[in-house]
Design a protein around this ligand. Structure first.
Ligand SMILES: Cc1cc2nc3c(=O)[nH]c(=O)nc-3n(C[C@H](O)[C@H](O)[C@H](O)COP(=O)(O)OP(=O)(O)OC[C@H]3O[C@@H](n4cnc5c(N)ncnc54)[C@H](O)[C@@H]3O)c2cc1C
Length: 304
């Protein structure tokens, strides 16, 4: 590794000053789980690392106007274990739980993961399915970017060099909604996915018709992919197995995987269809659970 300066700003303003001083030669470092490996491999050679670990106000999870606001430096483990996230959006906690090992999750941050932009990562498909946005802040102000529009290519995003991810905002789910994330891991439990799929389903009041669906996939392209045509197949349709199969077929057409040591492109395309169908089925199971869960009244009756 080549020598580098190490800066530890205490607030966002100081981060901006450091970024201005060192320009494109500087790199932000959060958990360091991706950046340090890339530096060791000499894929990136920053002359200055600007640590975000002492920056006040960048970590934490809160609910504001119905949306969950997750600070950029919040760790994966904090999202996974947060009682607020588990209560409000269990799908999000479950997705972060799928990332690597506890050791990695204790270090890796929400902002660092998104900025790293590896298309094999787990959180992006779920964040896209949930309609989340990234808040990017620079000295010139801040902007909200839908996660769906955030990634542009392998390890590439729309972030500008002077922008810091300060927050990820995840909106409240509409009524009658449920979601699921599935990660296909044929090798080891802590591997990156061979294919991953997230689905968020909203049903009408009768719970028999899809009123809205959002589907996104990981590990099947240069970026996470939203399967819009698969969603369109389901909207307005009755909840039936053939509709799920038709959506799965459309999802297969939306992906563009590469062959690698996790499987051939053809295999991953097949699995994309299988996992979209299963993610939809799992999301729909969420409605059954709510329906069959005993009400407080019947529990009380049972105790008598
Ligand atoms: C062995 C191993 C296995 C893994 N397996 C998985 C897996 O299965 N699924 C999965 O989803 N993830 C997995 N990960 C984690 C993932 O790939 C990244 O390493 C992690 O999300 C990066 O987070 P970080 O906070 O450590 O980022 P860092 O390494 O600190 O930074 C990564 C990049 O983001 C930039 N950056 C950091 N913070 C910000 C910010 N707030 N604003 C703007 N830019 C920023 C940095 O400059 C750098 O370019 C794994 C990691 C390891 C080491």
């Amino acid at each position: 590794m080549q020598p580098f300066e190490y800066r530890t700003p205490k607030n966002l303003k100081e981060v901006q000053q450091e970024l201005k001083q060192f320009g494109a030669d500087a790199k932000l470092v959060a958990g360091g789980t991706a950046l340090i490996i890339m530096m060791k491999q000499r894929l990136v050679r920053p002359t200055c690392l600007i640590s975000l670990s002492s920056v006040r106000g960048l970590a934490g999870i809160a609910e504001k106007n119905g949306a969950l606001r997750i600070g950029g430096s919040t760790t994966h483990r904090e999202v996974e274990t947060s009682s607020l996230v588990r209560r409000r959006l269990p799908l999000l906690a479950e997705t972060y739980r799928h990332v690597a090992t506890i050791r990695v999750r204790n270090m890796a941050t929400v902002g660092g993961g998104l900025a790293h932009a590896d298309p094999n990562q787990d959180p992006p498909p779920t964040l896209i399915a949930l309609g989340a946005s990234v808040k990017a802040s620079s000295a010139g102000g801040s902007r909200m970017i839908p996660v769906e529009e955030f990634f542009t290519d392998y390890y590439e995003t729309v972030l500008k060099p002077d922008e810091v991810i300060t927050e990820v905002s995840v909106p409240r789910l509409p009524p009658n909604s449920a979601g699921a994330f599935l990660k296909f891991l044929p090798r080891t439990a802590d591997d990156y996915a061979t294919v991953s799929a997230a689905a968020v389903v909203t049903l009408d009041r009768s719970k028999k018709i899809f009123s809205d669906v959002r589907i996104a996939l990981g590990s099947v392209g240069t970026t996470p992919i939203r399967a819009r045509e698969a969603e369109a197949v389901l909207r307005g349709q009755p909840v039936k197995a053939e509709a799920l199969r038709a959506a799965a077929e459309k999802a297969k057409q939306a992906v563009d995987p590469i062959s690698d040591f996790r499987g051939s492109a053809a295999y991953k395309r097949e699995m994309a269809g299988v996992f979209v169908r299963r993610a939809l089925e799992k999301a729909l199971e969420g409605f059954k659970r709510v329906k069959s869960a005993p009400s407080r009244q019947s529990k009380r009756r049972g105790r008598r």
